[in-house]
Design a protein around this ligand. Structure first.
Ligand SMILES: [Zn+2]
Length: 334
């Protein structure tokens, strides 16, 4: 059968241009339950270049919903096995994989993509990939699930609300993110370990993964309307709710113009130590372990602000593992 035959049925759809997919590159971050479905659909549909990122290994408890993996794969790398299975499905696709934390994958790889699809179940992970996508101006599709509930957010940087504009997440996860810096307690560590054990069912992986892949294909083909911009799905009641979140176009620390123009002032007391300033910043921006940098130097935590020669209106960068891109501020010293 000719190569065209593979896509014969989808090219019957008005507006479908297979050549566009043949020039496209998609990144799928998280190749677990939802990511398995997203990657399978993108590969079978002919998205020419696919980059998979996941540092996890396959466990027996994954097999109820992660369709790319088999019993014999237990203990192996998710991203590697997914790449092998997907190339069997469609050998015409260039598939590469990174068995790495997404934070360790070079930014140049992300820049190659036309779209980023992030299938991540943690608040921290979503925040990080959101700040990266806004920084490099790539459309981002976020999705997650919890038992029979699922959500999808389409972020078109500087056009629609980003994840940071109004993070809609479970209260438990939000509470975690707001734990004051330097105070990770035993309970928090246990909560993080529990994250891997979220209740999950294959039907939600298929539905949410299907919606995310569909949004990706629509954006790559430039057909239809993207979700505006947050979809919530309740599988037990077959209810779908779509809300357009308001973009904080001025004061969102990730996509707002005031931060981009370095016009946001942060008021500090000259007698405070850097450590005290970092606690304030942690609470203000929901950061876990921030650091502050001026002129390329990380400030020592025990020094007082007035001892460091910091002047009014000095520009500082606030960095944290939650953010791919630092927050830019001006310090106002009182
Ligand atoms: Zn934003």
């Amino acid at each position: 059968m000719s190569k065209e035959g593979r896509y014969a049925r989808q090219t019957l759809i008005p507006g479908w241009d297979q050549k566009k997919l043949n020039k496209s590159t998609a990144i799928v971050v998280g190749v677990g339950a939802i990511g398995s479905y997203v990657a399978t659909i993108l590969v079978s549909s002919g998205v020419k270049n696919l980059i998979l990122i996941d540092f996890d290994t396959i466990e027996i408890s994954n097999l109820n919903r992660q369709l790319l993996f088999r019993d014999k794969d237990i203990g192996k790398s998710k991203s590697e096995i997914a790449a092998i299975r997907l190339s069997e499905l469609n050998p015409d696709i260039n598939i590469s994989f990174y068995h790495e934390k997404m934070q360790n994958v070079p930014i140049s790889i992300y820049k190659k993509s036309d779209i980023i699809v992030a299938c991540l179940d943690t608040f921290i992970g979503r925040r990080w990939i959101n700040s990266l996508a806004v920084k490099i101006n790539k459309p981002l599709i976020l999705g997650g699930m919890f038992a029979f509930l699922g959500d999808v957010q389409v972020v078109l940087p500087k056009k629609t609300a980003c994840f940071e504009c109004q993070p809609l997440v479970a209260e438990r996860e939000l509470a975690q993110a707001c734990t004051p810096f330097g105070e990770e307690r035993e309970k928090d560590r246990k909560d993080k370990e529990e994250e891997a054990k979220l209740p999950s069912v294959a039907t939600l992986s298929a539905i949410i993964g299907g919606i995310m892949a569909q949004e990706a294909l629509k954006l790559l083909l430039n057909i239809g309307e993207p979700i505006k911009n947050y979809l919530f799905y309740d599988g037990l009641h077959n209810a779908t709710t779509i809300i357009e979140l308001a973009r904080r176009e001025k004061d969102c620390p990730t996509c707002g113009e005031l931060y981009e123009l370095e016009q946001v002032e942060f008021v500090v007391n000259k007698n405070n130590t850097i450590k005290e300033l970092l606690v304030q910043l942690g609470l203000q921006f929901g950061l876990e372990n921030p650091d502050i940098m001026i002129k390329g130097k990380i400030l020592p935590h025990d020094s007082k602000i007035q001892e460091l020669g910091i002047r009014n209106n000095m520009k500082v960068f606030v960095m944290d593992k939650n953010l791919a891109s630092p927050i830019k501020l001006k310090l106002k010293i009182e």
